[in-house]
Write a protein that binds this ligand. Structure first.
Ligand code: PAF
Length: 297
């Protein structure tokens, strides 16, 4: 695996990897890699001849008072994991390379970026969209892979790619990979490291409560009451604050007061101790036929 940390070296490395018409996949990350990231890396291999991973803790997507300084940074360990997984290129730009003096231009995706996490983390998705567009322009991948755990992020990036006619990658080549979970259902996240032992045990309620909510919606219970029960279950389990627990249309993130039988997502963000956990689960039209299957998610 080649590791590069300057734009000049990246340009040369990307040209070499793409030579002879080889296709290139990009997995953008902020490092502190876990099995969720490694699943993206393995899937990337199935979609392209060569695989590049970027590690960049992007200051633009952290608000004041958020965990930018505390965010885990484990480059040596990450680099070992990626090399073992057969990654071809690791791109590790510095903040000054990404945002040189005088940098002012940002990308925003209004409508998708002001709701859910965007309402609680103003400017977050501008930071995400901006850095992802820069990474796309720098690496020029044929495909890019993102975890569905950050469902809103995925919808923002897909819409940006579609609205701006991106070619490397095109909107269709932005691949969402289902959330990877711990055995007890907790969605894997670099931020799970912040949880204390007792918080980690309590956090398992999130998955159970979400599956119960999906089952109830499929059985026709009113969405408002189901979401209230979900919030109560989280509070009873010791969650300190719930930013949102909502049902939204999968692609447009339009709010759904009732499930209309179409593709929808149940999305939750809740705080336990100093950790903010997010998760989402799909409700697909076919699930209405066998609501009990929701329990097996
Ligand atoms: O999901 C992440 O790790 C980050 O938001 C991303 C997409 C790498 C942009 O910094």
């Amino acid at each position: 695996m080649q590791t590069v940390s300057t734009r000049a070296d990246l340009g040369k490395a990307v040209s070499a990897l793409k030579s002879g018409g080889k296709t290139l996949a990009l997995v953008p990350t902020m490092g502190a890699l876990h099995e969720g990231h490694m699943t993206l890396v393995r899937q990337a291999r199935a979609h392209a001849d060569r695989v590049a991973v970027s590690i960049f803790v992007n200051p633009l997507q952290f608000g004041a008072g958020e965990d930018l300084d505390a965010y885990p940074r484990r480059l040596a360990q990450d680099s070992r994991l990626l090399a073992e997984a057969g990654v071809d290129l690791l791109w590790t730009p510095g903040v000054a390379d990404m945002y040189p003096e005088g940098f002012v231009t940002t990308v925003s995706v209004p409508g998708l970026d002001g709701v859910l996490c965007g309402a609680h983390r103003p400017g977050h998705f501008d930071g995400v969209a901006t850095v992802v567009l820069k990474l796309f322009n720098q690496v020029r991948p044929d495909v890019a892979l993102f975890g569905e755990k950050d469902w809103q992020q995925l919808t923002v990036i897909r819409r940006m790619a579609r609205d701006l006619d991106l070619a490397f990658p095109s909107a269709d080549a932005i691949i969402g990979v289902p959330t990877v979970r711990e055995l007890d259902g907790l969605a894997m996240s670099s931020r799970n490291r912040y949880l204390t032992g007792i918080e980690r045990a309590r956090a398992t309620v999130l998955n159970r409560a979400m599956r119960a909510a999906i089952g109830a919606i499929l059985h026709g219970q009113p969405v408002g009451a189901v979401l209230e029960d979900l919030a109560s279950a989280l509070r009873d389990a010791g969650f300190d604050r719930i930013d949102y627990a909502e049902l939204r249309k999968s692609e447009t993130l339009e709010h759904l007061a009732h499930w209309d039988g179409g593709a929808a997502r149940l999305l939750v963000a809740a705080h336990i101790g100093r950790t903010r956990l997010i998760d989402n689960m799909a409700i697909e039209p076919a699930m209405a036929l066998v609501p009990e299957a929701a329990g097996a998610l």
